[in-house]
Design a protein around this ligand. Structure first.
Ligand SMILES: [Mn+2]
Length: 309
């Protein structure tokens, strides 16, 4: 790992050939799950020579929890205004659910400082107005926190994201969190209604890792050692996936073997910052990776099962 990091740091020396800036914007960087690791983010932005007046940041979500400084991080990203966008992750929804009183904060969570902050309401208002799916046709990339079920073509993914975003942005959004928990329904059906429909949409965008060849979700990855049609595989490897033409950036899966994503037009960016791993940014204009090792000490967070978020 050390050698890898050194190489990527060398790759950003000023002598490296960078593409010429186009128009006003310089670069767009997609950045993996930050999880409250604010100091590490600042070091990464330093390496990128990030300029908020010229560059743009796309975050893969899970801005908060696990790491030591979620409050400062949220404040910082909000301050970036139009220069930053973050898609919603499961930990972001968890924070909103906790603020809504729908769930209890656990001992290991590091979100209490946000809930107790004087600007909590503004921060969470900003957070729940972030999208579930972000895309830029000119750059040719889309971004989600977790994944897409194999049945959804790009236009469906777009429309279902807008459907749940409208609920989260509505005045009575807190009702959703009372119905958010659980893995069911496992299978998409256009005729799904009400909370079941919204829960399925939320589970895909914010929690999906595995599903089977017929598209049944396996949020906990429990069926990945099964056999036959019921065996689950990473969502992006399902044959004839309807979104296979999209280039999709995503986070949520720090333990994923990046090799399995090769040649799939998917770009996993969560490299386990909050677990003492490293931080990854991907520059969309020239498909180039930048990495820094993480120094923050996050709380121990052993499991990645669905029940554990
Ligand atoms: Mn996540």
């Amino acid at each position: 790992m050390g050698e890898d990091i050194e190489r990527s740091q060398l790759a950003v020396e000023p002598s490296a050939a960078a593409p010429e800036p186009e128009g006003v914007r310089r670069f767009t960087y997609a950045i993996g799950d930050v999880q409250g690791c604010f100091d590490d983010l600042l070091r990464l932005l330093d390496v990128l020579d990030f300029d908020p007046s010229l560059d743009r940041l796309w975050f893969t979500g899970d801005l908060v929890n696990k790491g030591p400084n979620s409050l400062e991080l949220l404040r910082f990203v909000k301050t970036l205004a139009d220069s930053a966008i973050s898609v919603l992750g499961n930990h972001d929804l968890y924070l909103l659910a906790a603020a809504a009183g729908a769930i209890k904060v656990r001992k290991k969570d590091t979100i209490a400082e946000i809930l107790n902050a004087p600007d909590c309401e503004e921060l969470l208002f900003w957070l729940r107005h972030q999208p579930l799916l972000h895309q830029d046709a000119r750059l040719g990339y889309a971004m989600v926190h977790a994944g897409l079920p194999p049945q959804w073509a790009p236009e469906q993914a777009h429309s279902y994201a807008r459907e749940l975003e409208a609920v989260l942005q509505n005045f009575d959004y807190e009702d959703f969190f009372a119905h958010m928990g659980g893995e069911k329904p496992l299978q998409w059906d256009e005729d799904l209604k009400g909370w079941e429909r919204l829960r399925f949409i939320a589970n895909c965008f914010t929690q999906l890792r595995y599903c089977d060849r017929e598209g049944r979700l396996d949020l906990g990855g429990r069926r990945r050692r099964g056999s036959g049609k019921k065996r689950s595989i990473p969502w992006f490897l399902v044959p004839e996936r309807a979104s296979s033409e999209m280039r999709i950036l995503f986070g949520h899966w720090a333990t994923l073997d990046a090799k399995s994503a090769k040649n799939q037009r998917v770009y996993p960016l969560d490299t386990g910052c909050a677990n003492g791993g490293r931080f990854t940014a991907f520059r969309l204009e020239d498909a180039r990776y930048f990495r820094v090792p993480c120094k923050n000490q996050a709380v121990p967070w052993p499991s990645e099962s669905a029940a554990d978020l």
